[in-house]
Write a protein that binds this ligand. Structure first.
Ligand code: ZN
Length: 305
């Protein structure tokens, strides 16, 4: 407390000396620390929180959120957090244990809280929820609304600034959603089929009318059966499917083998569960909007070639 008071007095003197504008002085004092489970939520939170938040992510850009193993540094990040944001829908299976270990007692926001989940009816009456809701841009808008409300609650004095940033960003997302629809508008129905590594694009497919097939299910740790792989090869051949993609994270070896067997070339990467690393300046998906644009352009190019 004493340190904070000294910092305030020092800031005040800097302002008196004209060394520091009032706005940035206040911003420095009011920043909150938000921890998000993975990179896509990190970007959405930065877009809305702007200079009022410091965002840390748990699963780094080049790690798979389905099978992530938390590190001691993650416990430290959570123990210092003012707010925690997760996707929900069963995506972060490792999260509860990490939260208990960290001692974090604050609020946990589920970004997908108001999304209509896609529920898969598996064998023997077991249901599984598909967590990849962010690939439908309309769902990302629901995520943004959840995050906005949580940030406004934490920072009531910044309510208007957060509202303005969210409004601007939602406009960008609405335009993006419209643009994705436009790309696929005139595509024949027999061309709307794509093979990917794991079943991550069903929300995208449902919204933009593309059928995605994958040898691996909604989690990357699932093992495909030989029968499922054989069935997929038959489907690729019989329906003349040309669009076969691997993903930025999931192991592409199986898809490469399937493509070889079906005599089709794999020539693209889709970003499924992570953005590209921001330090890699040549990588195409450092933000959510760029990820959706990159995936859409890659799919469109292949489906119309
Ligand atoms: Zn996934």
């Amino acid at each position: 407390m004493k340190i904070i008071r000294i910092k305030y007095i020092f800031t005040f003197f800097l302002m008196l000396l004209g060394e520091m504008p009032l706005k940035s002085a206040v911003a420095v004092e009011k920043k909150i620390k938000v921890v998000t489970s993975f990179s896509i939520l990190g970007d959405l939170t930065r877009q809305i929180g702007g200079e009022d938040v410091d965002v840390d992510i748990i699963v780094p850009e080049n790690a798979d959120p389905h099978i992530y193993e938390p590190k001691p540094l993650d416990v430290k990040k959570l123990s210092q957090a003012d707010l925690v944001i997760v996707n929900g829908l069963g995506f972060e299976g490792w999260f509860n244990r990490l939260i208990i270990n960290s001692g974090y007692k604050g609020e946990i926001i589920v970004a997908a809280n108001t999304v209509t989940p896609r529920v898969l009816h598996m064998s023997q009456g077991v249901n599984a929820t598909d967590p990849h809701a962010w690939h439908n841009v309309k769902n990302a808008i629901l995520y943004v609304t959840e995050i906005k409300q949580a940030l406004q609650k934490k920072l009531p004095e910044k309510k208007e600034e957060i509202e303005a940033r969210a409004k601007t960003y939602i406009n960008v997302l609405q335009e993006l959603d419209h643009w994705v629809h436009l790309q696929f508008n005139n595509l024949d129905s027999h061309l709307r089929k794509v093979i990917t590594t794991h079943d991550a694009f069903a929300y995208f497919g449902a919204e933009y009318d593309i059928e995605f097939l994958a040898p691996v299910g909604i989690s990357t740790d699932a093992q495909p059966t030989a029968a499922k792989v054989a069935e997929l090869i038959t489907t690729i051949k019989s329906q003349n499917i040309k669009a076969i993609f691997i993903e930025n994270l999931a192991d592409g070896r199986l898809v490469n083998e399937i493509a070889k067997e079906a005599n089709v070339e794999v020539d693209g990467i889709l970003y499924a569960d992570s953005l590209s690393n921001p330090s890699d300046l040549k990588a195409p998906a450092p933000t959510y909007v760029e990820m959706i644009r990159y995936n859409t352009i890659s799919l469109h190019k292949k489906l119309t070639s």
